[in-house]
Structures are given as C-alpha cells and as structure tokens.
Design a protein around this ligand. Sequence first.
Ligand SMILES: Nc1nc(=O)c2c([nH]1)NC[C@@H]1CN(c3ccc(C(=O)N[C@@H](CCC(=O)O)C(=O)O)cc3)CN21
Ligand SMILES: CC(C)C(=O)C(=O)O
Ligand SMILES: [Mg+2]
Length: 273
Amino acid sequence: MSSQNRTSRLTSLDIRGRKGGEPLVALTAYTAPMARIVDEVADVALVGDSLGMVVYGLDSTVPVTLEMMSLHGQAVTRATTRSLVVIDMPFGSYEEGREQAFRNAAQLLKETGAGAVKLEGGARMAETVRFLVERGVPVMGHVGLTPQAVNTLGGYKAQGRSKAEWPALIADATAIADAGAFSLVIEAVAEPLAVEITKKVAIPTIGIGASAACDGQVLVLDDMLGLTGRVPKFVKAYGDLAAQAREAVRAYAAEVRSRQFPGEAHVYALKAE
Ligand SMILES: Nc1nc(=O)c2c([nH]1)NC[C@@H]1CN(c3ccc(C(=O)N[C@@H](CCC(=O)O)C(=O)O)cc3)CN21
Ligand SMILES: CC(C)C(=O)C(=O)O
Ligand SMILES: [Mg+2]
C-alpha cells in the first residue's frame, strides 16, 4: 500500500518488510502539533532523545530521562494514527543489562502505546536486543555515531572515514540485525560504509548523514524546518520556520505597542439585554 492512502497504523513488521523497497520516511516528533504534521507523510515518527538538546536546551542527550521520553511519547502517540511511533531509550535506561532494558522498554510501551523502542550500540548490545525482541518489544538499532556515547567518542564525529574502522562497524550492524532488530539507524558514517552495511544486513537501514542508498532516511524535524541554531553537516534545510516565527512575533509586538491588537474581531461585545 502506498504511504499516501494508508489508514491503519504501521507496525514494526511493515517496516521490516520494506527492505530494498520504497524508501522509508522517518522524522522526529516530540509534541502533538508537530506529530500531526509528521503523521500525514512519514512512515516512522521517532520520539528522539535529541529532544533534550532541541526542546530542553541541554548540551547533549546524556541527561535525558525515561520520564521525559514517556511524556513526549504520550503526546506523539495521541496525535498520530498512521505512523509507527518509535521511542528512544535514554542514556542509562538499558546499558546495565537485559533485565533493566526490558523493564524500562516495557514501561515506555505501556505508558505511551508506542510500537517500538530504539537503543544505541553495536555488538555489545546484541544480547539485550535479542532478549527484548523475544519478549515482545520491537527494537530499532542505532549504530555509527551514537550521541549518548559523546563522552567516550570525544565529540560528534563522523565514523568509519578510514577503512581500518570498517570491520568493527560492520560487525556492530550485523550483530544488531542478527539479534532481531526490525530496522537499523546508521548515523554519520562514511557514505561507502553505509552502502556496504545496507547490502550486508537483512533489515532496512535508515540513514542520517549516511547514504541515499540506505533503505530510508531520518532527520530531526526541527533541523530540516530551520528551527534549530547550529545543525550537523548532514542536515538539509527544507524550510526557514525560525525566520517566519521571528517575523510573526515582531508583527505582534508592533501591533500591541500601537494598540492595533486586539482588534474588533478579538474582543467580546456586551450581549443584547
Ligand atoms: N538538533 C539535533 N540534530 C541532530 O541531528 C542531533 C541532535 N540534535 N542531538 C543528538 C545528535 C547529535 N548529533 C550531531 C551533532 C552535531 C554534529 C556535528 O556538528 N558534526 C560536525 C563535525 C564535528 C566534528 O567532527 O567534530 C559536522 O560537521 O557535521 C553531528 C551530529 C546528531 N543528533
Ligand atoms: C536523529 C535520530 C536518529 C535520533 O536518535 C534522535 O533524534 O534522537
Ligand atoms: Mg537519539
């Protein structure tokens, strides 16, 4: 079924089935108004932990909590009917072990009604991915640049730009795919490595700063709308909403100061008595 005339909500199995097919469209969504717009076009609405930086003004995604992800996840599931809602597991909510990961993933799915979770990491997370999937939690993987590891990676740097790094990155991707993930985000890796991983794994790859050859793409919505200040190299601006917002706020301020606002249409007259 084409994405334009779909009426029921996509599942992780539908997404899994799109390997090598029509490219998957994914965008982040954090709030109900934006989620309604994303839901009109996207296959996947990702409640990304990037919300910590984009919405809360944090320096990284490290301080993001399970409660933040749950509350924004609830807003997004209420406002969507067609897209698969995927929620990022925040830093510290899954790395201790597979039981911790299951407990927190189950909490997110129960509280939000989302259809899947996403977690960062390669080969060392494979056992956890398998444990979750075997117990009814669909998992999207995330390899390459994993922002929650910013403190050990030494910054938000593209991965796999020298071929010596490729075997470990390919092993990460195949381990997550073989563990039962239904799809895999590949973030900020050298383009030919993303091509190689996409050929090697049996599940759809979703690129961000990766390759047009991936089985789909994802971007942070606020970045592509032009709402964020500094954006990564891989972002293309499809709008300039910050400029539009600035213009609207200035017009309002001018009309308040000149008493043009509120006008007749925006005030209440007395009832006829
Ligand atoms: N608004 C936003 N968009 C994102 O894509 C995003 C977030 N936030 N927060 C979580 C992570 C962090 N991400 C980032 C952030 C910065 C770069 C970046 O500026 N990279 C530089 C190179 C930096 C270096 O090599 O040291 C670049 O030129 O792209 C990349 C990914 C991607 N994710
Ligand atoms: C950019 C995507 C992949 C993400 O993980 C996020 O928004 O947090
Ligand atoms: Mg994330």
